[in-house]
Design a protein around this ligand. Structure first.
Ligand SMILES: NC(=O)C1=CN([C@@H]2O[C@H](COP(=O)(O)OP(=O)(O)OC[C@H]3O[C@@H](n4cnc5c(N)ncnc54)[C@H](O)[C@@H]3O)[C@@H](O)[C@H]2O)[C@@H](O)CC1
Ligand SMILES: [K+]
Length: 506
């Protein structure tokens, strides 16, 4: 595993740090090393001679900032310090004393502060334990309103290290240099407006210490390109045939929402699945054939309103003939009997969109308890609340862990930081996405893509949640690529399907 995959809480980071110090690494030496690494990165961003304000807190986050202040001073930057605290931790206090002997200007009041080009935020790191209040809160708000770039050390001051919640107020960083290991709070959706562009500053924490604290198989992992690519069905075996490359059944679409079926089909097409069957209302059959000529389109009997009345498969196949089934996009809630019918299948099943709304209506947990094989639920926040009305979703990671544990399903909660949990509470977080994907139909593409990947992992020793994570990564990377080429306004769901393949070719 690479360091980029690990995610830690404040308590875990403290335990890891304690092991390193007990093993003999001096605290001051580690702070010096970290400060040096931060400076290297800063020098790549800030040109020499610029004026840099340094915000110094009472703990070791402030200590890091003071090492940075000293180094930038010697490298020819114009540095000043804002340090409003009466009591500092010992090591921080020593560094502060030295910066004062160097005559680096220091201020306690924001009204006295000179202008600046960049700000380094070393007020609080993972030691923040209560709300920021009074004059410190006023200072944080003052700096945010200045609209000058801010670089936060470890985590933007004011964010809860685990939940990403704002405690009172928080620095809105332009960059966050996370130290050593990714803090969970930085990957929570609510932290997003504060984090800016985040990167990891690796300061060589021994793997043995990481595993000793978070276990051999960490509970919470960050999806990276490497983890995602490693589960793709590539390369294909030299000798194979279409049924060996998975057979996916999509159940989707209605007269009202015909496009959802097409987009789901196009998402599945991009997955490379060997065989694709799509069950739609009879009246949509020719439309689907024209859009997806390679797929087997199954026309189903319709309700009066143009929804699927029942899934009528061709002779000699049944629901268990498929290696995966995905159901929901464009379905409508007109026929709720379809969900109890489909949940009987013994292959992995993805439920999305209206399939989730029906599931919530007929009872999420009792329905899923009867499932004999894996179920993947892919709700956005609104659908999640309907499915699991009793689960508090302030901490999205905790929320999906609880939902997955209670339902026995793998839960993918969509959002700016899509996260996936299996029933044992093992979580994947997708750390990169784009608001360009906030458009109708983009979820349908994900369902098809995920279905196609899931259908292909049969007989392979890959966990289903790992393939779900790969689909989430692939989908968001396609969004990012499309937005780069066409702006954030140019990523309609059809266009998105056209950018899936280029992600892999890149
Ligand atoms: N974990 C590691 O291995 C390393 C950690 N380092 C730095 O150390 C930081 C953690 O240091 P600390 O544990 O000293 O914690 P912090 O520097 O985050 O802050 C803790 C201090 O702030 C005070 N405080 C907390 N909440 C407050 C509030 N709302 N208002 C006013 N005061 C408040 C506390 O009483 C304490 O004095 C990391 O974020 C990182 O920057 C680095 O120096 C080197 C390596
Ligand atoms: K900070």
């Amino acid at each position: 595993m690479t360091k980029e995959q690990f995610v830690v809480t404040a308590t875990q980071m403290r335990q890891i740090e304690a092991r390193i110090f007990t093993a003999g690494m001096p605290v001051a030496a580690l702070m010096e090393k970290v400060g040096g690494l931060i400076c290297q990165r800063l020098q790549a961003i800030i040109s020499p001679g610029k004026c840099v304000g340094i915000l110094v807190g009472p703990g070791h986050n402030g200590g890091d900032a003071l090492v940075v202040a000293r180094e930038l001073h010697f490298r020819g930057y114009q540095v000043w310090i804002y340090q409003p605290f009466s009591k500092l931790k010992e090591l921080t206090s020593q560094h502060f004393q030295y910066t004062q002997s160097l005559k680096i200007p220091c201020y306690q009041e924001i009204s006295q502060l000179p202008s600046y080009d960049f700000l380094i935020d070393g007020l609080f790191g993972f030691g923040l334990e209560r709300e920021i209040t009074d004059s410190i809160a006023a200072a944080v708000n003052y700096f945010n309103n200045k609209n000058q770039p801010i670089i936060s050390i470890d985590i933007p001051s004011g964010l809860h290290t685990d939940t990403g919640e704002v405690l009172g107020t928080a620095i809105q960083a332009t960059y966050t240099f996370c130290l050593g290991l990714w803090k969970q709070g930085l990957l929570q959706e609510q932290a997003l407006p504060y984090v800016g562009k985040a990167e990891l500053i690796d300061f060589d924490i021994p793997l043995a210490d990481i595993h000793a604290v978070i276990g051999d198989i960490p509970k919470i992992k960050r999806i990276t390109q490497t983890t995602a690519l490693s589960t793709l069905p590539l390369p294909r075996p030299l000798i194979t045939h279409k049924y060996k490359q998975g057979h996916l059944l999509l159940i989707c679409g209605s007269q009202r929402y015909a496009g959802g079926a097409i987009l789901t089909g196009l998402g599945a097409r991009a997955s490379g699945v060997g065989m694709l069957s799509i069950a739609v209302p009879e009246s949509l059959k020719m439309l689907l054939v024209s859009q997806l000529p390679e797929a087997l389109i199954i026309g189903c009997p319709e309700t009066e309103t143009g929804a699927i009345a029942s899934v009528q498969l061709p002779e000699n196949i049944d629901l268990n003939s498929f290696t995966a089934i995905a159901c929901g996009p464009g379905l409508t809630k007109d026929n709720i009997s379809i969900i109890p019918e489909i949940t009987k299948c013994e292959c992995p099943l993805i439920l999305d969109a209206d399939a989730l709304n029906i599931l919530a209506q007929i009872g999420t947990i009792p329905t899923l308890k009867q499932r004999k094989s894996a179920t993947v639920l892919t709700p956005h926040t609104g659908e999640f609340k309907r499915l699991f009305p009793n689960i508090d979703h302030t901490d999205r990671i905790k929320a999906i862990q609880t939902a997955a544990q209670e339902s026995g399903a793998i839960v993918l909660l969509k959002g700016a930081r899509t996260a996936i949990s299996n029933p044992q509470g093992n979580v994947w977080i997708n750390p990169e996405s784009t608001p360009a994907l906030a458009r109708g139909g983009s979820g349908d593409v994900l369902t098809g893509l995920l279905g196609g990947l899931l259908a292909q992992i049969m007989n392979k020793e890959i966990f289903i949640e790992d393939i779900v994570a790969t689909a989430a990564w692939w989908h968001s990377q396609a969004g990012i690529l499309a937005a780069q080429a066409r702006t954030e306004l140019g990523v309609d769901a059809f266009t998105l399907t056209q950018y899936l393949m280029p992600v892999l070719k890149k």
